[in-house]
Design a protein around this ligand. Structure first.
Ligand code: FEO
Ligand code: CA
Ligand code: CA
Ligand code: CA
Length: 603
């Protein structure tokens, strides 16, 4: 086990073999074990709120860990014995969470439960000694649930805009709740950012304006059915037309201040936000990198007007919490440097040996003023996709997590897949998105000009063209021999370890390469650059989220999302993580799937 700088790996392990889809197990390397830290339904405030899927109420769910955990961080205190876990709870799988309702009133209460199972959770963890597994603390001081009803503030240049006012909030400055919380990032000042992603699925709307159509808002019944229990989710109703404009933002939560309302930052634009990751640049300004996760949508960067203040004082933290409220917003335009026929042709590498080139950060807003002709600043921020269309941004293959490497400042963009590229009238392959029918996705590495997070130009190259090299001739692993890597498909969330190696979790591999999703490490420097190795595999029909790599502490954490999601109440497909008799409920364990955060440690 090498611990080192440069090419040294932080964490030694023997990679696992890929696990066939439909195996309902967590697989970890030899010499490691896993255990759940917290599961859907675990009580946060009072042990009396015991989990019972047949007797859930919205009130109880709002005091329990929510469903479908995605973004995860574990922020450890200096003594190493206390930590705070922050997780997103992205969405719900109605059909496997509850028995079929026996009455209309029961069905409506189940809908209210799903609202309460959305949002975020903040939970304290403890352990007696460093290196031991963590346990969560019922009733911890900072424990908090944020749901689809928690009041939160809108701030930044669009706050108070007519576009954000409703009959419930004539000021356009306060919203109830957050939803579709997918990935995120922890800021250098210790707060957590959460991306509101597929918000359109929660609304019924007129669906007539250019903006509504561009964001996928339509008059059909919503996917979640909440309009039956909360009128604001039917945006066709007078006074609620703007309610969908109040979702699709980056939300900042301070885990140390459980009574402080979360903040939706309008300066970072409105889109199907995957997440946001912040780095302090060498001038002290901060940059937030963000993906809009939809086929042919864009990559964005926000740069703060003000600079970061270091130090642990309350004053510094309060100042840093204003950094995402004012600044400039950009969208990426990529240019390739190889002839396009070499990209769209055989599938071999272009003649310069790389998919690479240069790029521009095209301004949408500069210091709070619109940079897009014909758009006010409020329109740029609320209808950000339309503003980015107008400036000719580069259509990407679904940007998921976008994260700067804290050791090098280089930025890694997970493009998860895009099976529509090159089909029908859709745009075909480009050097930055070089595969038609891109089932397996790719990862782009960006180097800002001059190493400056404020730069308006950058260089880029493709790090990985994912896939199973055994069955796909068109893969690329930064030049590392393809017969010596683990097959990987649909990169989604990313993280870094203490040596600067990249860790990638996946979402969608069962449908593409026939293996369960997993977690992979890939070195970025030295002779092993591009060597993808699989660390773990999640159970049947689950997506691997988080991840959090505490290699100096011997731990890896992942959030296991939507295990067994294609099952039904009577025919569950997963029994993760309790693995007890199907349907049984005893001693806090349930014979059905429960999205959960797990910790992997050395055995
Ligand atoms: Fe919720 Fe883009 O994944
Ligand atoms: Ca090239
Ligand atoms: Ca994701
Ligand atoms: Ca995904």
């Amino acid at each position: 086990q090498a611990v080192g700088k440069g090419g040294g790996r932080a964490f030694g392990f023997q990679p696992i073999a890929p696990v066939p889809a439909d195996v309902d197990e967590v697989t970890v390397p030899a010499g490691f074990r896993w255990h759940p830290v917290i599961r859907w339904g675990d009580p946060l405030f009072d042990p009396a709120d015991v989990f019972d899927p047949e007797r859930q109420t919205a009130e109880k769910q709002a005091r329990q860990f929510g469903y479908n955990n995605d973004y995860l961080d574990i922020i450890v205190e200096p003594n190493g014995k206390r930590a705070v876990l922050v997780a997103n709870q992205e969405y719900t799988n109605f059909g496997i969470m509850f028995p079929p309702a026996r009455s209309e009133e029961e069905r409506l209460e189940q809908l209210r439960v799903t609202k309460a199972a959305h949002g975020m959770a903040v939970v304290e963890l403890e352990r007696r000694h460093r290196g031991e597994p963590w346990t969560y603390v019922v009733g911890g001081r900072r424990n908090r649930r944020i749901t689809a009803d928690t009041p939160m503030a809108l701030d930044g240049p669009a706050a108070g805009s007519d576009l954000l006012r409703t009959v419930e909030d004539p000021t356009g400055r306060w919203v109830r709740g957050t939803l579709g919380n997918c990935a995120g990032g922890t800021t250098p000042w210790g707060t957590v950012l959460s991306g509101e992603e597929n918000f359109n699925g929660y609304f019924r709307s007129a669906g007539t304006s250019a903006s509504e159509r561009r964001y996928g808002l339509s008059p059909s019944e919503s996917s979640y059915g909440w309009e039956a229990v909360d009128p604001r989710f039917d945006a066709r109703r007078p006074g609620y037309e703007n309610e969908p404009n109040r979702f699709g933002w980056i939300v900042e939560v301070d885990p140390d201040h459980p009574d402080e309302p979360p903040v939706k930052h309008t300066a970072l634009g409105r889109m199907k936000h995957e997440g946001a990751n912040v780095i302090v640049g060498r001038t002290g300004h901060v940059a937030a990198y963000m993906g809009d996760d939809e086929r042919f949508d864009y990559l964005y960067k926000f740069v703060s007007k003000d600079t970061f203040r270091s130090g642990k004082s309350a004053k510094a933290r309060a100042h840093n919490k204003t950094l995402l409220s004012a600044g400039s917003l950009y969208v990426a335009r990529f240019s390739g440097d190889s002839p396009i026929e070499e990209i769209t042709g055989t599938g071999a590498l272009p003649s310069d040996g790389k998919f690479d080139g240069t790029g521009e950060w095209v301004p949408l807003m500069i210091d709070g003023a619109s940079a897009v002709p014909g758009f006010t600043v409020e329109e740029v921020l609320v209808h950000t996709r339309l503003a980015a269309d107008a400036v000719g941004a580069t259509k990407m293959d679904r940007c998921e997590d976008v994260e700067p490497n804290p050791r090098t400042g280089r930025v890694y963009v997970a493009c998860t897949n895009n099976t529509a590229r090159g089909t029908g009238s859709n745009e075909g392959a480009t050097e930055a998105n070089p595969r038609n029918d891109n089932r397996d996705g790719h990862v782009i590495e960006i180097t800002e000009a001059g190493g400056d997070a404020r730069a308006t130009t950058f260089g880029w190259s493709i790090l990985l063209l994912c896939g199973d090299p055994a069955t796909n001739a068109y893969t690329y692993f930064a030049g590392f021999p393809a017969d010596r890597v683990s097959p990987i498909s649909c990169p989604d969330n990313v993280a870094f370890d203490s040596a600067g190696d990249l860790w990638i979790s996946t979402d969608g591999a069962p449908g593409t390469i026939g293996y369960n999703d997993g977690l992979f490490r890939v070195p970025l420097e030295g002779p092993e650059r591009g060597r993808v190795q699989q660390f773990l595999s999640v159970p049947r029909e689950a997506e691997t989220c988080g991840p959090v790599i505490h290699d100096t502490d011997g731990s890896v954490f992942v959030a296991v999302q939507h295990p067994g999601e294609d099952g039904s109440w009577d025919a569950q497909h997963s029994f993760f993580p309790d693995y007890v008799t199907p349907g049984s409920l005893a001693g806090g364990k349930w014979g059905g799937p429960r999205p959960a955060v797990i910790q992997v440690t050395r055995a």
